[in-house]
Ligand binder design. Structure first.
Ligand code: TRP
Length: 379
């Protein structure tokens, strides 16, 4: 999967995503299943109207989602599992799968394990101390809570503080994974530190925590961006060897950054809207964004713009215009040159500003709730 980056080729690993991303090809190369119309119909029976992220194929691929539905329809509940590697502040791209996970929690009444991998980010980022990743984990948890997960059904696992249960399950998992498997799945080198080699066992643990605590197998569904897939391939291999169900996955695409191509990334702050940006800061970044527009207003009125390559349009598509009919209007007005980029950006900035203000209010309220959400070791 790792190809020559200089050519702008696609690279999708848990630790690097770059180049032009071909999601169809990822389905093939990762060996996952597309979410087809038939599966969507089945989901719809349980959720009512489909969530925009499903309708718009932002969640586009899966493994064993049909099996999760079989189990659910047979009266079995399942747990949800997702997570975050706290290497910096949270941006709106991170919120996409969390918002969807909350929707799943609401409609299926599922318990959620949310893993904060402060250990992983400490291990893979040479410049970060454990103190730093741990404090980021607490900071990022405010954003998780602000998304609105049910406090009675949500447990945030702070990896570096959850030794007991994490470690006991992780060594059982690790014993059944070989170095060559990890090397092949993650592209590690001889010079990689041994913490990174062990870490996939830690990320596998939350798939099985509920089964471990309940003393019987509980199915697990992981909503996550597709770059996390190597972890799940390894986890699925080892699950039956430990007597657990294989975890199921539902994979999403990446929110593009505000520049030309590429996903939103905290390492390019000018192309990235952080959840703590003020509405004015966000407006400025949006104003400076790359668009699918023409060089001059005259040309745009004559020939129209290209929403397909435009991050501004994508933000409406991913999050800020849930109404399909209105979204289609935005698209059409762009294509026909009816709306110019400035106007389109300002309209989006207003929505983003409102979203940020609301999110930041909930984020502040989360400070008093954080203890309620933290997973405490009982083993
Ligand atoms: N490795 C993920 C990251 O770097 C964090 C993570 C842990 C995660 N467990 C997860 C993400 C489960 C999605 C689902 O962001």
């Amino acid at each position: 999967m790792v190809e020559d980056e200089e050519k702008g080729e696609m690279v999708v690993t848990p630790w690097e995503v770059s180049g032009e991303i071909d999601y169809e090809r990822l389905i093939e190369e990762f060996g996952t299943q597309p979410i087809d119309d038939q599966l969507l119909e089945r989901i719809k029976k349980h959720t009512g109207e489909l969530h925009p992220q499903l309708r718009r194929r932002i969640f586009f691929s899966h493994r064993d989602l049909d099996w999760i539905l079989d189990m659910y329809e047979g009266g079995r509940s399942f747990v949800l599992y997702t997570g975050r590697g706290p290497s910096g502040p949270v941006h709106i791209g991170h919120l996409i799968p969390w918002i969807f996970t909350k929707h799943l929690q609401d409609v299926f009444g599922s318990k959620l394990y949310f893993q904060m991998t402060d250990d992983e980010k400490f291990l893979v980022k040479p410049e970060l101390t454990l103190e730093k990743t741990n404090s980021l984990a607490y900071d990022n948890a405010l954003d998780v809570i602000a998304v609105g997960f049910n406090p009675k059904k949500t447990k945030i696992i702070m990896d570096s503080e959850s030794g007991g249960i994490l470690y006991k399950l992780a060594i059982r998992i690790a014993k059944r994974i070989t170095f060559s498997t990890i090397k092949a799945a993650f592209g590690l080198e001889e010079s990689s530190n041994i913490g990174i080699i062990f870490f996939p066992a830690i990320q596998a643990v939350p798939c099985f925590i509920e089964s471990h605590l309940e003393g019987e197998n509980v199915p697990c569904l992981i909503p996550a961006a597709i770059d996390q897939d190597p972890y799940w391939r390894v986890t699925r291999d080892v699950a039956p060897k430990l007597g657990y169900y294989k975890p199921a996955q539902i994979h999403c695409k990446f929110l593009p950054g505000l520049g030309k191509g590429g996903k939103m990334s905290a390492s390019m702050p000018e192309t990235c809207i952080f959840t703590t940006d003020t509405p004015e800061e966000a407006k400025k970044k949006l104003w400076n964004a790359f668009t699918g527009g023409r060089p001059t207003a005259k040309e745009q009125r004559l020939h129209g713009g290209n929403p397909t390559i435009c991050p501004i349009y994508h933000y409406y598509y991913y999050l800020f215009e849930p109404d399909d009919k209105r979204l289609e209007e935005i698209r059409w007005e762009c294509r026909t040159g009816k709306t110019l980029c400035g106007e389109c950006k300002l309209r989006l900035a207003e929505r983003v500003g409102r979203f940020l203000t609301e999110h930041q209010k909930k984020r502040e309220e989360a400070r008093d709730k954080i203890e309620e959400y933290i997973f405490k070791i009982k083993d």
